[in-house]
Design a protein around this ligand. Sequence first.
Ligand code: SAH
Length: 214
Amino acid sequence: MVNFQKARDRMIELQLVSRGIRDPRVLEAMGKVPRHLFVDEALQDQAYNDYPLPIGDKQTISQPYIVALMTEILELKGTEKVLEIGTGSGYQAAVLAELAERVFTVERIPTLAHRANQILKKLGYKNIVTRVADGTMGWPDEAPFNGIIVTAGAPRIPQPLIDQLAMNGRLVIPMGDHLSQELILVERVREGIRKTNLGGVRFVNLVGKWGWEE
Ligand code: SAH
């Protein structure tokens, strides 16, 4: 039997702090959320290792460092309304729920959305709302969002997501081709839209109207 709290503490030191994750709230959240409960039982002893893991339907739960990095980029203080595209296992949504006021998360594959919703309910998260839909369209009824995080690789930045970003809001999205992407930060500032390239990443495809074709 693995000591999961110890595994989490090691993950934080060896994978996150050592690579420059500094936001104490992000580190605390990642030290708290039981990542092993978001993967198949057979993979639980690998849940805190330094790589992504399969979650079924050809999808993956991201490497812990990438979750921490993208979360830190959102600069959450606790009052925000956040939108996540690509619920997957639900792990990233749980981390966000520790750090923001409310989290809206969209998944296109019903079986994944259902499983994620079950574990999030079981863990007692009351500030997360899940939905099965094409997340490239955003969530117009709940817009605007202070933070938007896309956890699948996109060929371009979906215009609906830019439109649904609040003033001073931050959108983080991997953009590129099927094999590799650049992490792009999009900020809505007084003067308009500001984009910053934050370096290379590798994600499964964002599939949808503003994403890749199925
Ligand atoms: N954030 C997840 C990992 C996501 S993997 C976690 O913490 O486990 C990427 C997910 O994005 C996959 O589950 C995939 O089905 C989903 N996805 C891809 N295109 C999508 C779209 N247009 N709308 C919603 N979800 C999408």
